[in-house]
Design a protein around this ligand. Structure first.
Ligand code: ADP
Ligand code: MG
Length: 250
């Protein structure tokens, strides 16, 4: 088997708040391969965001090893970790996190301003336009967030996240603020990026969102409770489109 992009070995994360010690992750082992699309599930407080922040190189584990693309990122200093994060990870958030006064194009261009390989103004603009076209927003590049629907805002955020061709696209409850029709649209976009080769990891508590993924990892109290193909996860399976479930069984 090809070497996985992500390998976690015995990852633990402990938060100390005053005299209290919180074990947010208690020994997580997880491998994720290239071009997988994985849902991370679990009830509130189970450690999903902590795992996401670790995978996304936003935070370091208290102990354990994290290998990303063959590099031991758990041993890196903060500045080194920030470089890896900018190169390798694209983030999408529930609340879109767009700058209100900037146009769609300017929001998407922004990461390139802080990147050594961002290029000049016209190169940046060209890349941002391409990313907006990939998410179907080529006709809205000069709109500001308040002139866009929720789904369109999330498309801008996805364009921004894929701009650097990150190895991993991560999304924490990306459809949490969207109605069901728009949720389906945004999940269709994630699936299309996945089919085009993107590795996708998304956190969700909704079974019908997880059903768009191939694999479902469930956390409970900082540990992996189950790690199954979507068709074999009891709660997600009924939401997997029949055509795909049959394809997987064949
Ligand atoms: N920055 C923090 N400081 C202290 N405790 C935290 C922090 N972040 C998360 N926790 C605690 O760690 C546990 C896991 O939290 P989290 O990863 O946010 O879970 P989830 O995303 O599944 O709701 C919870 O008990 C939470 O209160
Ligand atoms: Mg969370």
């Amino acid at each position: 088997m090809e070497e996985p992009i992500i390998q976690l070995q015995a990852i633990a994360k402990v938060y100390r708040v005053g005299v209290e010690t919180i074990h947010a992750l208690r020994g997580v082992d997880l491998s994720i391969g290239r071009n997988e699309m994985v849902a991370i599930m679990g009830k509130s407080g189970s450690g999903k965001s902590t795992l996401m922040n670790t995978l996304g190189c936003l935070d370091r584990p208290t102990s354990g090893e994290y290998w990303l693309g063959g590099r031991l990122v758990s041993a890196m200093k903060a500045d080194e970790l920030a470089l890896v994060r900018n190169e390798e990870i694209g983030f999408v958030f529930q609340t879109f996190e767009l700058l209100a006064r900037q146009t769609a194009l300017e929001n998407v261009e922004l990461p390139l301003l802080y990147s050594a390989t961002g290029g000049g103004a016209s190169a940046r603009r060209k890349r941002a336009l391409e990313a907006l076209e990939r998410v179907g927003l080529g006709g809205r590049v000069d709109h500001r967030p308040n002139q866009l629907s929720g789904g369109q805002k999330q498309r801008v955020a996805i364009a921004r996240a894929i701009l650097n061709n990150p190895r991993i696209l991560m999304a924490d409850e990306p459809t949490g603020n969207l109605d069901s029709a728009t949720t389906a649209e945004i999940l269709g976009l994630f699936s299309a990026l996945h089919r085009a080769g993107q590795t996708v990891i998304l956190v969700t508590h909704e079974n019908d969102v997880a059903a768009h993924c191939q694999r479902v990892v469930r956390l409970f109290d900082g540990r992996i409770l189950s790690d199954l193909p979507a068709e074999q996860d009891d709660e997600v399976a009924p939401h997997v489109p029949a055509a795909r479930a049959m394809g997987a069984a064949a």
